[in-house]
Design a binder for this molecule. Structure first.
Ligand SMILES: *Cc1c(COP(=O)(O)O)cnc(C)c1O
Length: 408
């Protein structure tokens, strides 16, 4: 039998059925109109933010990287909980507007911004994290033509990466940001143009679980920001320290010691050099804020045996939960946390694989794991589905269409 990842804290059972914020998922499925369904918990999102605020120095603002979960009710919830939003496309700009979010709290990173996207963002008062000299010139020209002083920051490609991170976003040749040694010249160009100078954005990696590695990266980020600000010759108004705080997905993963990260960052803040004395700092997080607060629910349509193995075949699959199938940036496939939601407190009785309804062998949500015996009609739950689930899966594949979503 293969192990499953750890079920996040905060989920319980009501009459043997998995419950989210105290409501059995069978009731949630009924109110949403059926499966497959993503359920996101307001209670767990609020608790996560409260925990993070307690751990982090007060000086650190918290931004939500909305690509993790752009569901409009989730954006509206975050608009009262976080200090800012990070977007990565004109489409995401339209979504933050639909959610009624004040665009002056929004920053826009990401390579390949088109002129129309730059224009929309500049007119809305969004801060642009410039990804290249070319993008900087296009933004300045568009702003000048519109008679607007644009809000501009520079995304720095740092010369280090986040150790142990699932996704490296810095260090060496990258399509993201501008190589650190070229940043001061561009920063001076931006400042001399009369733009509103918004400082640096330095993002070194994602999905790290080691508090000390995260703290070390934050310390390196602060010293790089100080060096670049010195070379630019102007105190730094703002610095986005990136993110990187991960969540446990797989067997053996331990949650990040967030209290330690906060304490070590406070120590760094206590000894900042003069160019950073008045800098506003933020971090931008996606999966840490919302990943564990979401669960994906699919109904078992068929139960089959083949060569002695049990397959629980569901109405969901990788078209909604690509990452759980092991096909979104993982090298070795391992099991996400999963359970039979309708028999949530029952004992393990058999080894089974949970698969989706797509005709590809890639469509496997749990591989040879231990579950109570489940039948057609039972509901399976795949946890850690709040981030990079609905928005990062190929829902058009095989004509399946998107899953339902519900914020409880
Ligand atoms: C994706 C991304 C994030 C969020 O990453 P998570 O792992 O979800 O926290 C933050 N900043 C930038 C620039 C990103 O591209």
């Amino acid at each position: 039998m293969k192990p499953l990842g750890p079920i996040p804290r905060g989920y319980g059972a009501v009459d043997g059925v998995l419950a989210v914020d105290g409501i059995p998922v069978t009731d949630l499925i009924a109110s949403a109109g059926g499966t497959p369904l993503f359920v996101y918990s307001t209670g767990l999102i609020r608790a996560r933010l409260a925990e993070l605020r307690t751990a982090m120095p007060e000086r650190l603002a918290i931004h939500y990287a909305m690509k993790a979960n752009p569901y409009i009710p989730v954006l509206r919830l975050f608009s009262e909980l976080v200090d800012g939003f990070d977007i990565a496309s004109g489409g995401e700009l339209a979504m933050v507007r639909e959610a009624g979010i004040d665009c002056t709290r929004v920053s826009f990173a990401g390579p390949g911004k088109r002129d129309e996207e730059l224009g929309e963002a500049i007119r809305a008062g969004v801060t642009l994290n410039l990804e290249s000299e070319n993008e900087a010139e296009r933004a300045l020209n568009i702003a000048q033509a519109a008679g607007i002083s644009p809000r501009l920051a520079i995304r720095v490609n740092p010369d280090f990466d986040l150790k142990g991170s699932g996704m490296k976003m810095g260090g060496g040749a990258k399509p993201f940001g501008i190589d650190a040694e070229r940043v001061p010249a561009l920063a001076r160009r931006v400042i001399e143009s009369g733009a509103e100078w918004r400082g640096f954005h330095i993002f070194a990696g994602s999905q790290a679980l080691d508090a000390e590695a995260i703290a070390e990266t934050q310390a390196q980020t602060l010293s790089l920001a100080a060096k670049l600000a010195e070379e630019t010759g102007v105190p730094l108004p703002h610095c986005n320290l990136g993110g990187g705080i991960g969540i446990p997905y797989f067997p053996g993963d331990q949650p990040v010691d967030i209290t330690l990260v906060g304490r070590l960052l406070a120590e760094q803040f206590a000894k900042l050099p003069p160019v950073l004395a008045d800098t506003d700092f933020c971090i931008e997080l996606g999966r840490y804020l919302v990943g564990e607060a979401g669960v994906y629910l699919a109904r078992i349509v068929d139960r089959k045996e083949s060569h002695g193995e049990v397959f629980l075949i569901t109405d969901g699959g990788l078209h909604h939960q690509l990452a759980a199938s092991g096909n979104f940036g993982t090298v070795v496939r391992r099991n996400y946390p999963a359970a039979i939601a309708t028999r949530f407190d029952a004992e393990v009785e058999e080894e089974a694989s949970i698969v989706g309804c797509l005709c590809t062998p890639l469509d496997r949500l749990a591989d040879k794991a231990g579950f109570p015996r489940a039948e057609p009609g039972d509901v399976v739950a795949i946890f850690c589905a709040g981030a990079y689930g609905a928005s990062a899966s190929p829902s058009a594949f095989l004509g399946q269409g998107p899953a339902r979503e519900l914020l409880v």
